[in-house]
Design a protein around this ligand. Sequence first.
Ligand SMILES: *Cc1c(COP(=O)(O)O)cnc(C)c1O
Length: 364
Amino acid sequence: MKMPFVDLKAQYETLRPQIQARINSVLEHGQYIMGPEVAELEARLADFTGAKHCISVSSGTDALLISLMALGIGAGDEVITTCFSFVATAEVIVLAGATPVFVDIEADTCNIDTHQIECAITDRTKAIIPVSLYGQPADMREINEIAARHGNIPVIEDAAQSFGAMYEDRKSCNLSTVGCTSFFPSKPLGCFGDGGAVFTSDDSIAEACREIRIHGQSERYLHSRLGLGGRMDTLQCAIVLAKLDEFDREIQLRQEKAELYNHLLDDAAVSRVRLKDGRSSVYGQYTIFSTKRDELRAALSGAGIPSAVHYPTPIHCQPVFRDTLAFKELNVAEEVCELVLSLPMSAYISEQQQRSVVDALLMA
Ligand SMILES: *Cc1c(COP(=O)(O)O)cnc(C)c1O
């Protein structure tokens, strides 16, 4: 049997009674849009992160777009972000009408290089979007200090891969002006479709996000601002609620699985993404570096083991972004994209599966 990249089936088998009970209860009350599970989930997630507000939305991408809209970012504005992320991080900047300014990453964590952020700031910089890539928060303290030095530029953490991770004593999504996450099924906390959330402790940003996700409506059929259809379904909220009780334990399991990979790969002299002091990762991806990446992939695939490349092309090299404003050379990302390889990872991967992954790597 082929090994899954993310074992959602094993998770479902473990949590089946809770998940089915939650789904059935939505089917019984029938409030599919903005039902009671929506506010229940928002309260639970705000409490989990420590942020004052949580606004559930239709996806991680929409969480980012709604945040930019809530901050009033649009034409003529520049938004600094990493060139090494899922395309959504940059896409939303253009959709909001602003210009992405790409900066490079650190070679060992693959997170945004904070030194380059400061050089990229101009008087048109209206936001900074660091990504907490692979599940490890970016250097948020440093980024917040840079933003504060330059007139309190809002910082939006793209925490789509890092929900549950810690930076010092705070949770990802509660590390800056706004935090955005995704509940895409394969993310650390996933639903069974699309979903996401915006977190903030700023009352007016929260209110703006709540209006924007429902067509800019401040009262029924009174549209005070431009918005979109950006709500998260009640059913998806119910599924996240069912999974939330187990989430802390799943994070612990992911970290234990990562430790085992670390140990096995150290013996095999394979290098991997570095975890910096004062942070934890939820291992949204478990990612290694190799100059023989494509041979390793082929060897894994030959053994029936899936793997993935996050990401093969930096965003500024994608055809759709070719004409955007890239900040000087982005050499690190252009090199790292040839080296990265993500291995199967979930709270439910077995030791035997992990050993077979590493054995297959050693065969290459
Ligand atoms: C998954 C992801 C997104 C988008 O989330 P969706 O819920 O799929 O829209 C944005 N940024 C990063 C870094 C992601 O990994």
